[in-house]
Design a protein around this ligand. Structure first.
Ligand code: PAF
Length: 283
């Protein structure tokens, strides 16, 4: 595996590799088994695998965890090397944003980017689509792999690629979970011991909630009920929603193509998770 940080050097390195397929996995590092599953999926699908590690300031709000975000480059590099990744791209902030970020050209998917997580994190998804779009332009992959844990992010990236007619196949990979069901996330390490014991409640409520939905319960009462249970258990719930997997618009009643999404704070940690209702039979 080679590690590059310069955009032009990466482009040059990729020229001869374009004879085969290029699969790309953008990350912010601090890799856990969930990220490694994305790299493994990429490895299965293409001759060349590029992984990027870049903690993107543009997608963090002013009071968010940009400074604390865990940076573990040496360990990340070892793990990617073991998986047979070909190129690790680690640009610096000045490589990606050479000018003042306030004047940075942005890519924005309106409407979709302002609801659910976007409602409480204004500008977040524009930060994500801007950096992912820029990385796509640099790497020009045939395939790009993302986790389904960030369901709204995956949905928005698919929409961006479709709207802008970029010839990139976007692959979504199932969420990796700890043995007690907690979705793997770099932010889980912010949890105290006590909070870590409470955190799996989100997935438990998603599982029972998805079952209740498929039995015909209304999404509105179910979401209110889950919000209440979470808040009683020490969470501060941001939202609980049921949406159509085709449009991400809120649904009143589940169909086979529904997804339940939750975002809630536990202490200083913001946790998100989701479950597609058609995943129930497959557990
Ligand atoms: O999911 C993430 O880690 C980030 O949002 C991404 C896609 C790497 C963009 O910075």
């Amino acid at each position: 595996m080679i590690r590059l940080h310069n955009i032009h050097t990466l482009r040059d390195e990729l020229v001869p590799r374009r004879k085969g397929h290029i699969a790309f996995v953008p990350t912010m590092g601090n890799l856990h088994a969930g990220h490694l599953a994305l790299a493994k999926e990429a490895r299965k699908r293409a001759e060349t695998v590029v992984v990027s590690i870049f903690v993107n300031p543009l997608q963090f709000g002013v009071n968010e965890d940009l400074d604390q975000y865990p940076r573990t480059l040496t360990d990340d590099q070892t793990a990617l090397q073991k998986l047979g990744v070909d190129i690790l791209f680690t640009p610096s902030v000045s490589d990606m944003y050479p000018r003042d970020m306030a004047g940075q050209t942005r890519i924005e998917v309106p409407e979709l980017g302002n609801q659910y997580c976007g409602a409480s994190r204004p500008g977040h998804f524009a930060g994500v689509t801007t950096i992912v779009g820029k990385l796509f332009n640099i790497v020009q992959p045939d395939i790009a792999v993302f986790g389904k844990k960030d369901y709204q992010q995956l949905f928005i990236i698919r929409r961006m690629v479709e709207d802008l007619a970029w010839p990139i196949d976007i692959i979504g990979v199932e969420t990796m979970r700890e043995t007690d069901g907690l979705a793997m996330s770099s932010r889980n390490q912010y949890l105290s011991t006590q909070e870590r014991q409470t955190a799996p409640l989100i997935y438990q409520l998603l599982q029972t909630g998805a079952e209740r939905l498929t039995k015909g319960e209304s999404a509105q009462s179910l979401c209110a009920d889950i919000t209440h249970t979470l808040n009683q258990s020490g969470f501060v719930t941001d939202y609980v929603a049921v949406a159509d997997t085709e449009t991400l618009l809120p649904l009143n009643h589940a169909t086979k193509q529904a997804v339940m999404m939750v975002a809630a704070h536990l202490g200083k940690t913001r946790l998100i998770d989701n479950l597609e209702t058609d995943a129930i039979g497959n557990r």
